[in-house]
Design a protein around this ligand. Structure first.
Ligand code: PAF
Length: 275
């Protein structure tokens, strides 16, 4: 992959990179489309990264469909698919990790304490292997996008990080490879995440600026659906992820809920009228 990237760069072409864990859906395809617009050559990686799963999480059962993914990625105009094995990226003596100070102390980092170390480490490795000019990340993993941006700034990676909006099913459910785990009933419960975000925006527009009130409304709505266990419902600063008490400017509302055994996340930037 490094030799291939060197070759592309020697031809004076730019590389746009979409890192994924595979089981591609419309959300990933929208990232590939964006990559197509940004770079001359598009590289997609497919790698279920063991370093970002804690024991007991779904590393073994994470959905995999390499051939189908390759077809989909190629149809979308991908030039190179990089799909390493676990052993290719993590040798038996692997011992170097990238971890951030502040950003992982919020939202998903609280219940998944090794997650962002795993993400930052593998993304660093992938950047060094793929040598992209641009890397595209989905905004559904909002905190991940912030972590990558911070890491790129802190470690002086010469890479442009580009965020891309959440892609939703027609009924509003945010696309996720993990949606495939949901039964029909659980899928209905899963809709409570995006519905509660929309509801919060509506309440804010009608004058409810108290974050705790919006969080309680959303939490009550979500837990009124079967098989839901809330990990967090938070309203926070979109850059630092520090909690916000009163919403007087744009705020991030972020939600993580277990529906059955499936952990789902969603988020929305709440907008105050006139700002
Ligand atoms: O968002 C993902 O799919 C993963 O966290 C990533 C960025 C590919 C790193 O493994």
């Amino acid at each position: 992959m490094q030799a291939r990237s060197d070759m592309i760069r020697r031809e004076g072409k730019t590389i746009a990179f979409v890192p994924t864990m595979g089981f591609l859906h419309e959300g990933h395809l929208s990232l590939i489309k964006k990559a197509r617009q940004l770079g001359d050559a598009v590289v997609v990686s497919i790698f279920v990264n063991p370093a970002q799963f804690a024991p007991g999480e779904d590393f073994d059962s994470y959905p995999r469909a390499l051939e189908r993914d390759c077809d989909l990625a190629e149809k979308e105009g991908t030039d190179v698919i990089f799909a390493p094995n676990k052993e290719d990226l993590y040798s038996a003596v692997f011992q170097t990790y990238v971890s951030l100070g502040e950003l992982p102390n919020h939202l998903c980092g609280i219940s998944r304490p090794i997650f962002f170390r795993g993400v930052a480490t593998v993304v660093t490795k992938l950047f060094n292997i793929v040598k992209p000019h641009f890397a595209i990340f989905g905004e559904k993993d909002y905190q991940q996008l912030l972590v990558v941006r911070q890491m790129v700034q802190d470690l002086n990676f010469d890479i442009n990080i580009v965020g891309s909006p959440i892609v939703r099913e027609p009924d509003g459910l945010a696309m996720s490879s993990r949606n495939t785990y949901l039964s029909t009933e659980q899928r209905t419960s899963a809709l409570s995440l995006c519905k509660s975000l929309k509801k919060a925006q509506t309440l804010l527009e009608s004058g409810t600026t108290d974050a705790a009130t919006l969080i309680n409304e959303a939490s009550d709505f979500i837990t009124s659906h079967p098989e839901t266990v809330i990990d967090y419902v938070a309203i926070c600063d979109p850059e630092t992820l520090e909690d916000i008490k009163t919403i007087d400017k744009s705020a991030l509302m972020a939600i993580a809920v277990k529906v059955g055994v499936t952990r789902l996340i969603d988020n929305m930037i709440l907008k105050v009228a006139g700002m």
